[in-house]
Design a protein around this ligand. Structure first.
Ligand code: 3HC
Ligand code: NAI
Length: 695
């Protein structure tokens, strides 16, 4: 008998215990064990079977590591059908998370009991597939079409109480899953409860599936699995159960072959791998319970909010009393938003705005701080002055972090007598919402300071990516390059609006010009001015955006930038002034504008992004390609279903991308220098993902 399922006979009840840590994924051994267990229970002539999971959870789903490989028998739908068809009563006891195939196994049992903390769900669409073991056929039969469509197309986790209300589970009981399960089985046997196969329940009533399909497709911004799942649910209303199951299986297999499935699985595993670095093994982070934040503008207030929400005490330092109160106001605004969205209660809000937060102009307030994050103006002189003051004010061992976007963390560290304690913690705006945190490791940063950065990121529920020091670190450096590519295309004839449309068509929530309007055009303007002195004369930098700024147009915050924003509307309309400035600049430079096809725009933009990403990995600024992928996914809105720019590049084929770059270089050899790592991988016939596996 497979070791993954333990069989025990208790009187006339057979107990099947899953033991496949860490999450009891339904790998082949577990599936074999379930079939063997059911066969043995039947041979033993028991009156009932109880299925539950050992450790922290019921089955958390199919074993995702088997995806993309030749399917191994027995297949999960057959296992589920075997369980459901058993002649005796079959009951499942759920704890932890019963997800995907886990919930499908539970739905194949005749009755379900759960502990109150359990969660259920069918998150398959988030992995680019759909429930492939009866979930789309059985869930609508127990929960109704509306709830099933919601659960299946969003992949959300459903708490036990809601699951009980929806009829997904039959009973809630506090306790150990085994005891809870056995008690329920005994109760059912005593009541003479009949077998109750979900497949025999009446088919649910159809709804307007075409309209729902359309709506889900639009919401998915190019992601196909949720909309495909709608069709599988539709089959539950139109076909007899086993034909519906076959339809579900066919759609599941179709999705399994897609690039989107590859991209989403890559994202799933990379999200977990990103914080696992050899340099952190066995390194204890320093304890952090109180933090300091210097500067309470957009970023400082957001960072303070994130810290408060995760239970840290915050001392925030500003330049003047008014600025300190303004910072408190910003934090208050952020926290009331969290309260309105139900993320925190009124009492929590009051506590966070009370004792947990102190605003001040006195660096003495930092005496207790275990870690301080500086978020003052982006100026080296100001940052150096602040770090010298931190050096004097903070206790020994306190971690001193900068939120700089571009500046040299080594130079900032040198302003202190303790560069080993200095690190970059680069948050993204709004810092209490955006998931990405770049942990920027400078030359002298101590390993336990790096570990502390990652531990803080985890506490703040961020995806933390290790980055080395360079202008812009991982994300902003790559952004600068693909933005430059977009600027070049504008100079040569494309419009910002066409470029934005192509990129939203690709799956980004916003195109680069709309993003610039949102972030504020003054940021790019300041960067261009900063870089002007050291700029290579071969670099082409348009000036029309500078004129736009000189005229006071900084994007959304001033009502106009590349787009014009009417009061109360988030989406803008193209700004005719921009078109006029671009035409004037082309005329000045003697450029005859040419047409760009949407395809060429996408090819150039993505080639620029991939090429710079390869450079960032090649130079060791990012340790692995997956670090770049997670940076772009969580900080820059790269569509998750492509997995990230380097996963996308692998899927497209690196040789084609390199050929594109070489072709573009014929016109602009300075900008389109192929990254050595890209050339090397193509020469060796390897992919970026090979480097993830190696490291
Ligand atoms: N298959 C294989 N490995 C899995 C897995 C799965 N379904 N789910 C989790 N793991 C692994 C993780 O990769 C991680 O491995 P690592 O320690 O080597 O990094 C380990 O289990 C622990 O996972 P987490 O770090 O995510 O642990 P958490 O406690 O934070 O979260 C969880 C647990 C909520 C179960 C979360 O892991 C999760 O959401 N897992 C995926 C659930 C899922 O999507 N299930 C559906 C699968 S598709 C399916 O069932 C198809 C079917 O319809 C045919
Ligand atoms: P901001 O201008 O909104 O806020 C800066 C704040 O710092 C102001 O409130 C100012 O009063 C205060 N300040 C300046 N000097 C100070 C000093 N010596 N002591 C105490 N307070 C001082 O700027 P923002 O946007 O919050 O940026 C701050 C830092 O974060 C910059 O380094 C920026 O590059 C970086 N950053 C900004 C992002 C953004 O999208 N705005 C994203 C990520 C990083």
């Amino acid at each position: 008998m497979s070791d993954a399922i333990a069989y025990e006979r208790i009187g006339d009840i057979a107990v099947l215990k899953a033991q496949n840590p860490p999450v009891n994924a339904l790998g082949q051994a577990v599936r074999i064990g379930l079939i063997e267990g059911m066969d043995r229970a039947e041979a033993d002539g028991v009156r009932a079977v109880l299925i539950y999971g050992d450790g922290s959870t019921f089955f958390a789903g199919a074993d995702i590591r088997e995806f993309g490989k030749t399917p191994l028998e027995p297949y999960l739908p057959d296992v589920c059908n075997r369980i459901e068809a058993a002649p005796m009563l079959v009951v499942s006891a759920l704890h932890g998370t019963a997800l995907g195939g886990g919930l499908e196994v539970a739905l194949a049992t005749h009755y379900r009991v759960a502990v109150p903390a359990a969660r259920v769900g069918l998150p398959e669409v988030l992995l680019g597939v759909l429930p492939g073991a009866g979930g789309t056929q059985r869930l609508p039969r127990v929960a109704g079409i509306e709830a099933a469509l919601d659960i299946i197309t969003t992949g959300r986790h459903v708490g036990a109480a809601e699951a009980l209300e929806l009829g997904v589970i039959d009973k809630l009981a506090e306790g150990d899953p085994r005891e809870v399960g056995l008690a329920f089985v005994r109760e059912l046997l005593a009541d003479g409860a009949p077998r109750r196969p979900v497949s025999e329940l009446p088919a649910p009533t159809p709804v307007d599936f075409d309209a729902i399909h359309e709506q889900v497709l639009r919401k998915g911004r190019g992601q196909i699995s949720p909309a495909t799942a709608v069709r599988a649910v539709q089959a539950a209303t139109e076909l007899p159960f086993f034909e519906g199951l076959a339809c579900e299986r066919a759609l599941f297999r179709e999705l399994m072959e897609t690039d989107q499935r590859q991209g989403l699985i890559h994202a799933f595993f990379s999200e977990r791998a990103v914080g696992k670095l050899p340099e952190l093994v066995g390194v204890e982070p320093r304890p952090v319970s109180a933090i300091g934040v210097i500067g309470g503008g957009t970023m400082g207030a957001g960072i303070a909010t994130a810290a408060l929400l995760s239970g840290l005490r915050v001392a925030l330092i500003e330049m003047t009393g008014e600025a300190a109160e303004a910072a408190r106001g910003r934090i208050e605004g952020n926290l009331s938003g969290a309260r309105k969205r139900g993320k925190i209660s009124d009492a929590q809000y009051a506590a966070l705005m009370g004792d947990a937060l102190a605003v001040s102009t006195d660096y003495g307030a930092l005496a207790d701080a275990d870690l301080v994050i500086e978020a003052v103006f982006e100026s080296m002189d100001v940052k150096k002055e602040v770090f010298a003051r931190l050096d004097a004010a903070c206790k020994p061992g306190a971690v001193l972090a900068t939120n700089t976007s571009y500046l040299d963390v080594n130079e900032i560290a040198a302003a202190t007598t303790r560069p080993a304690d200095v690190i970059g913690l680069h948050f993204f705006s709004p810092a209490h919402v955006m998931r990405l945190l770049e942990v920027v490791v400078a030359d002298a940063t101590a390993p336990d300071v790096v570990a502390t950065g990652f531990a803080l990121g985890k506490r703040l529920k961020k995806i933390s990516v290790r980055a080395g020091v360079c202008d812009g670190f991982i994300g902003n450096r790559i952004l600068a390059t693909y933005r430059t590519c977009a600027d070049h295309m504008v100079l040569d004839g494309a419009s910002p609006y066409q470029i934005d449309k192509v990129l939203t068509g690709f799956g980004f929530a916003m195109g680069p010009f709309a993003v610039a309007d949102l972030a504020g055009l003054d940021i790019g303007w300041a960067t261009r001015k900063r870089k002007a002195a050291t700029r290579d004369p071969r670099e082409r930098v348009p000036t029309y955006a500078d004129v736009l700024c000189e005229e006071g147009n900084f994007g959304q915050k001033t009502g106009a930038g590349y787009y014009i924003y009417e009061a109360g509307r988030r989406a803008g309309v193209p700004n005719p002034r921009v078109t006029a400035l671009i035409e004037a600049e082309r005329a000045d430079r003697g450029i005859t504008p040419r047409d760009f096809s949407d395809d060429e725009i996408l090819r150039r933009y993505m080639a620029a992004m991939v090429n710079e990403s390869a450079r960032v990995v090649g130079e060791g600024i990012a340790r692995r390609p997956l670090d770049v992928d997670m940076t772009l996914l969580f900080g820059y809105g790269f569509p998750r279903y492509y997995g990230g720019p380097l996963k996308w590049a692998d899927i497209q084929g690196l040789d084609g991308l390199l050929a594109d770059i070489r072709r573009f270089a014929e016109d602009d050899p300075w900008f389109w220098q192929p990254a050595p790592l890209l050339e090397q991988l193509v020469a060796e016939g390897r992919q970026f993902d090979d480097l993830n596996k190696a490291g």
